[in-house]
Design a protein around this ligand. Structure first.
Ligand SMILES: O=C(O)CCC(=O)C(=O)O
Ligand SMILES: [Fe+2]
Length: 307
């Protein structure tokens, strides 16, 4: 649906342009990254945040998995804590739309700042922090957060449940925190490592229109011209996957027999630590804002002290 607000015409134009694009376009991924990182300033923003870093980088003997493979699975909280947080969020509210232009993504309103603080404190553990710091080589902030509920079904719940990369700057991370167990729903998320993802990307598959996505790993392997093995994350309540969503192919695994609850954090480089950014209200709300600012310089006022 095209919203009838000031963003409507720009969204309509983007959709029309997308209709005319070829399905496989080997130059598309580089074009998308050049658009975000060079034209829209996200590369310069990252460099500026790196220059502002005032704590030491983690000292590892070898680069960690978020850098080398593009993702890592971690236990961030106990199953009990995950259940408790989910109960706190879902108490006295029903599911609502999470994104202004999609009826497919449903979840809970996170309007209570205290509760948001508790969710983020539980999700962004010292280990997650270390991986983020290693990847960004800068501070980072929570650009947006959602708590989604995906109903069980036999067909992909949305285009996120087909193989894709998320459009955006190279330097961004997502943390998916699974708040209930595989036993309860039979869903999760599948990930391909950077190597496999790049082999597929060379075919021109990445960043095509949503309706052109495939749910088949065999199809991806045919595009890559070599066998691929995916990591199917069947979550335990309270675990998480931290990944590079623009570069790692991933696909939600549609829950089969119960709703799947996921807290998603989108992380971007920041000149200040995430707690300070949160206190300054730096995050956007996907219900009102387009996902990406037209230019990264527009992030600066959100993160400025006294904003
Ligand atoms: O819901 C999922 O498992 C995948 C969602 C996804 O594609 C994303 O958060 O970028
Ligand atoms: Fe995604």
């Amino acid at each position: 649906m095209i919203p009838l607000n000031r963003h409507g015409p720009a969204i309509l134009l983007r959709k029309l342009r997308r209709w005319l694009e070829p399905d496989l376009d080997p130059a598309r991924a580089a074009r998308v990254f050049a658009e975000f990182d060079d034209e829209r300033g996200y590369g310069a923003w990252h460099a500026r945040c790196q220059a502002a870093l005032s704590r030491p980088l983690p000292s590892r003997a070898t680069p960690g998995p978020v850098v080398t493979a593009g993702f890592t699975a971690l236990e961030v909280m106990s199953a009990g804590r995950a259940r408790q947080l989910l109960e706190m969020v879902s108490a006295e509210q029903s599911v609502a739309r999470l994104k202004r232009d999609s009826a497919k993504l449903e979840g809970y309103d996170l309007g209570d700042p205290t509760l948001v603080g508790q969710l983020l404190e539980a999700a962004l553990t010292p280990t997650v922090d270390e991986h983020c710091l290693e990847f960004f080589r800068s501070e980072y902030f929570v650009y947006w957060y959602t708590l989604s509920r995906t109903a069980p079904g036999d067909a992909p719940a949305s285009v996120s449940f087909m193989w894709h990369c998320d459009k955006g700057p190279r330097a961004h991370l997502k943390l998916l925190v699974y708040l209930n167990d595989y036993q309860e729903h039979g869903g999760g998320t599948a990930y391909l490592d950077l190597d496999g993802s790049e082999a597929v990307a060379r075919s021109g598959y990445v960043f095509a229109r949503g309706r052109r996505r495939t749910g088949s790993l065999e199809r991806l392997a045919a595009l890559a011209g070599r066998p691929l093995s995916a990591y199917d994350h069947h979550p335990r309540a309270g675990d998480a996957v931290l990944f590079q969503p623009a570069r790692v192919l991933h696909s939600g695994l549609t829950p089969r027999h119960g709703p799947r609850y996921v807290l998603t954090l989108c992380l971007l480089p920041s000149p200040v630590p995430w707690r300070a950014a949160l206190a300054r209200g730096a995050h956007i709300d996907l219900r009102d804002d387009p996902i990406w600012h037209d230019h990264a310089r527009d992030l600066a006022p959100r993160l400025a002290a006294g904003a």
